[in-house]
Design a protein around this ligand. Sequence first.
Ligand code: NI
Length: 184
Amino acid sequence: MAILKIARMGHPVLHRPAAAVADPAAPEIARLIEDMLDTLEDAQGAGLAAPQVHVPLRLVLFRVPPGREAAPEQGDDEAHAALEAPTVLINPEIEPLGETVVEDLEACLSLPGLAGMVPRHERIRYRWTDTGGRGHEREAEGFHARVVQHECDHLDGILYPMRMTDLSTLAFTSELGRPAAEEA
Ligand code: NI
C-alpha cells in the first residue's frame, strides 16, 4: 500500500497533456493503479487522474458516490452499485451526446478546499481500455458524466477553473454553508 503525493495547481505536471499508456497490462501500470486506488481512498475523493500523482500518463480512476447517481429511470440498480467502486479508465476518450450543457459545483484534489460552478456536457459516451487490453464503451449522464469529463480534462492539462464561465462562484467550501462537492 502506498499513498501518493497529490500535485496541486501550479505544478507543471498538471498543466501539460499526458502520454498514452503503451502497454495497459504492464506490471508498472498495475502498481500505479493500486497506489492510485489507495490514494483515492485516503483522500476520500470521487476521482483521480495519473498526472495528479505526478505520472504524465492517460489513466484515471473515478467512482460515483451513493446519492450521486443519475435519475432512477435512467439506469438500473446493478449499474449504480457497480459505479460505487472505482472504475479504472486507460486511454479514455469522450464523445458528447447532444448539445445540453449543465452547470454544477465541482471540486478537485489538486485545488483542496475550493469549489466552483463548472459547465459540462450533460450526457456523454466514453471509451477506454482495461488492464487486459480490452476496449469498453459506456454512456453516462449527471455526476457520472461530470466526473469522467473532469478526470479526462486532467489528461489534457485542464483544471476545472479553466472551464468556469463565472469565476465569482469560485469559493472555499468551508464558506459555502453546504456539504462540499466531492474532490476529484
Ligand atoms: Ni481534479
